[in-house]
Ligand binder design. Structure first.
Ligand code: DX5
Ligand code: ZN
Length: 228
């Protein structure tokens, strides 16, 4: 089955001293989405950036033809709702949050959708998928963590492959067009295994921003995805 694949570089590994240029460069290198890893040093033991950075980068998230490139916000924060609203106002195109970081998952999904933003849920390596029994129809994105949230440059956790397969079965059974995104430890040498498990969108931070030639890395990932 032919699937549209998306590469979503995470700016967590970009040069924070010139984020606007980094976003423009990685889009010129072929990025499909820009992945925003938001951390609050509470839900995860790290601190990154807030909605003001999203607002500042929004004008840079465009192709050379002027087409907007989606900003894919991943909230590793607790609480979620107020920050999700601020990111929606700052121009986020999708906002994903961890179900264990909120009191009322369905209400938080509804609040994101009400602001015209695509809602998603994020599942940590040991997290159950059970909540999807009741809300899969309400979301547009499922993000599977293949590392423990908080830091870039970690190694891929192989058990994520089984979870990706399970989510793919759930998405196919519900018949809705839901993105299946994977985040953490994605490299040129494992992206095909992750795609074969059922993923269609790939977050990669250190594999891309750690390199000199963004287009070469992204193209190499696409070659792996296209291989028969
Ligand atoms: C973890 C972050 C990382 C990041 C990707 O909380 O979400 O997974 O996006 O980092 P790499 O690609 O370096 O593993
Ligand atoms: Zn992320």
């Amino acid at each position: 089955m032919s699937r549209t694949y998306r590469i979503a570089p995470s700016i967590l590994s970009a040069d924070f001293a010139c984020l606007g240029q980094e976003v423009a460069s990685v889009i010129a290198g072929g990025a499909d989405w820009i992945h925003f890893d938001v951390m609050d040093n509470h839900y995860v033991p790290n601190l990154t950036f807030g909605p003001m950075v999203c607002e500042a980068l929004k004008p840079h998230a465009r192709t050379s033809a002027g087409e907007a490139v989606p900003i894919d916000v991943h909230l590793m924060v607790q609480p979620v709702d107020a920050l999700a609203a601020a990111f929606a106002a700052a121009g986020a195109d999708s906002i994903s949050f961890h179900p264990d970081a909120v009191q009322h998952v369905h209400r938080s999904i509804q609040a994101i959708r009400a602001q015209g933003v695509r809602p998603g849920l994020v599942f940590n390596p040991a997290a159950s998928l059970d909540v999807l029994d009741w809300v899969i129809e309400d979301i547009d994105l499922i993000l599977i963590m293949s590392v423990n949230p908080g830091f870039g440059g970690q190694s891929f956790i192989d058990s994520a492959l089984r979870k990706i397969e399970a989510v793919r079965r759930r998405i196919d059974a519900c018949g809705k067009d839901i993105r299946l995104e994977v985040d953490g430890g994605i490299k040129q040498d494992n992206i095909r295994r992750v795609a074969d498990a059922g993923a269609d969108t790939f977050v990669a931070g250190s594999a891309i921003f750690g390199q000199r030639d963004y287009r070469a890395v992204i193209d190499a990932m696409r070659v792996e995805l296209a291989r028969d």
